[in-house]
Ligand binder design. Structure first.
Ligand code: GTP
Ligand code: MG
Length: 195
């Protein structure tokens, strides 16, 4: 993907603030510190477009990154799992639920999980929520540069087994640090964009 124009077009708290251009949208979700902002910067080839925050859970808005006037990457704070537990539901917030459950432009979800650990309970819950939403799903195992190559197969197996992935789910190993699999990520987005 050639990036010729990109900006953080909108930070949104309410549905009446969503962009009106109808470009396809892709939501990025994952636990704090998993590497979401870093991934956005890496795939857009910008160092500080998305702020990498040291205080977890600080982002309270949906951040719409306009890419080439062609699509939006949407940075989604925190986790959903509305159907899973009350505590989580409170955390997730009505704003995010409303967005993920009703946004017509949403064409897929990109779920980030740390490749150094088996997916956590939270990760599993997030995955199940995404399945419930019935969106095309890309699981991104982040920070793979921190895992020895000889262990990469094990990462894939752990993810598949713990999440109980099904055939339609895609999984990539990814590193923002090493710029690994950026093309694969864009390929997936391109594939889903026109569906
Ligand atoms: P919140 O904004 O708190 O939700 O976190 P985030 O998911 O946006 O994570 P962020 O991109 O800020 O990255 C968190 C930490 O992980 C930072 O110290 C990054 O430098 C580091 N990090 C992110 N991606 C990678 C990667 O691919 N490899 C390595 N080694 N470190 C990474
Ligand atoms: Mg961030």
């Amino acid at each position: 993907m050639k990036i010729h124009k990109v900006d953080l077009e909108k930070t949104v708290a309410y549905p009446d603030q969503y962009p009106t251009s109808h470009y396809p949208e892709f939501a990025l979700s994952g636990r704090s510190n998993v590497g979401k902002s870093s991934l956005i910067n890496a795939i857009l080839n910008r160092k500080k477009l998305a702020r990498t925050s040291s205080s977890p859970g600080k982002t309270q808005t949906l951040n719409f990154f306009n890419v080439n006037d062609d699509l939006y990457l949407v940075d989604v704070p925190g986790y959903g799992y509305a159907k899973v537990s009350k505590k989580m539901r409170e955390k997730f917030g009505q704003m995010i639920e409303t967005y993920l459950e009703s946004r017509e432009e949403l064409k897929g979800m990109i779920l980030l999980m740390d490749s150094r650990h088996k997916p956590t309970q939270d990760d599993v819950a997030m995955y199940q929520y995404a399945k419930y939403l019935n969106q095309p799903l890309l699981i991104v195992a982040t920070k793979i540069d921190k895992v020895k190559k000889s262990q990469w197969n094990k990462v894939v197996k752990n993810f598949k087994d713990t999440l109980e992935l099904d055939e339609s789910d895609d999984l990539i190993l990814f590193s923002s640090e090493k710029k690994y699999n950026i093309d694969a990520l864009w390929q997936w987005v391109e594939d889903k964009k026109n569906n």
